[in-house]
Design a protein around this ligand. Structure first.
Ligand SMILES: [Zn+2]
Ligand SMILES: [Zn+2]
Length: 187
């Protein structure tokens, strides 16, 4: 029986793991260490891994009865902008991953929903979807340059951090003046 629903994997693709030299005996182990270039759209609107940036994989492949357990650490540089002041934010993302890839026709076929478990294609494992999910989950939805970033002056749009402490705007209407006092962060 062949599964025609899956696309053919390229064993030389950076995020495809080849398990040919991993014995299919529970307990057998192999490590994979490599740097791979980040694919496009690896991130969210405000922050992510720049395309082509080096992502370091430090993984352990372990034979278990129903397939191969992939675990380890993925490290990569993230760049983005602060959601409050729009200045650049740079950080290093370190993600622990652990994912079971079942043999193509293991007994988990009968006991597990199709989508619940990763599936090997022959000897190959496609790490790409898991890596993408892990990176996106690990990224902050609201990246900040620092937790107490005061954001931008609502009147001139300049980051408060770049303005003198006594920065203010002439207010013609006293109602707006009162409002700006309310929105001004405490010093
Ligand atoms: Zn900021
Ligand atoms: Zn201002």
């Amino acid at each position: 029986m062949h599964d025609h629903s899956q696309t053919h994997l390229d064993p030389r693709a950076p995020l495809v793991l080849d398990t040919r030299d991993l014995p299919r005996r529970p307990g057998a182990m192999r490590t994979v260490e490599r740097a791979v270039p980040a694919s496009a759209d690896l991130g969210l609107e405000l922050i992510g891994v720049r395309q082509g940036a080096a992502i370091h994989l430090d993984l352990r492949l372990e034979s278990v009865s129903e397939g191969v357990l992939v675990s380890g650490t993925v490290t990569g540089p993230v760049e983005g902008e602060c959601g409050r002041c729009l200045r650049p934010v740079a950080d290093t993302l370190v993600i622990d991953i652990q994912e079971l890839y079942a043999y193509a026709h293991s007994t988990t076929d009968e006991t597990t929903d199709e989508d619940e478990v990763g599936r090997m294609q022959g000897d190959l494992i496609n790490l790409e979807p898991v890596l993408r999910d892990a990176v996106v989950l690990a990224l902050p939805n609201h990246p900040l340059c620092r937790q107490d970033c005061p954001g931008l002056c609502p009147d001139c749009g300049v980051p408060w951090d770049d303005l003198p402490v006594d920065h203010s705007h002439q207010q013609l209407d006293p109602r707006w003046s009162a409002l700006s006092q309310l929105t001004r962060p405490a010093e």
